[in-house]
Design a protein around this ligand. Sequence first.
Ligand code: GNR
Ligand code: NI
Length: 191
Amino acid sequence: MRICKIGEEILSRQCEPVKPEEIDDSFRAVLNEMFDTMISANGVGLAAPQVGIAKRFFVLMSDDDVKRVFINPEITKTSAETAAYEEGCLSIPGESESIVRPVKVSVTALNENGKRFTIEDADGLLARIIQHENDHLNGVLYIDRGDKDFKESIIEKFKKKAEKAAKKAAEKAAKKASLEAKLAAKKHKGN
Ligand code: GNR
Ligand code: NI
């Protein structure tokens, strides 16, 4: 799966709930692909909108190495205590920022079999990933919770990157077209 990058519209969208009857073998195949994509990219979490699906689910693997699936998650409680932690995002490659969030969260969600589960007072990296991924489902990135100037610089940087990539792709297409035209002319002469 291709991971969407900052600037792509889907990353700012409010995602739609998953209908419980959608949780079948083909849905679980998508979850497996997401775990593969996350692990290949050295990530610890991946939300559906990051792979082009505007629905409310995410996968994660925290420091206990347990693969967890959260479908239609609801954060039901957050601790008053907050902490700063250096966050990265697969949709903002090569960047990171220290972000302040609640230390603990309680969450309820459906698992890959459509069964409800609850985690009370998750803490550490698990609590951090749950909040980061849940934000993705609401079109929120960590830079929206950090320094405003940092956010602006990141948006500019990735806008330029996307423009460069588009220019390169256009040049490549033009080169291919010109080569094809030459070959067609040559063939015409030969005939
Ligand atoms: O791989 C990831 N690392 C990470 C580090 C600190 C806080 C959150 C994360 S999640 C991130 C993968 C990602 O972008 N998930 O949406
Ligand atoms: Ni992310």
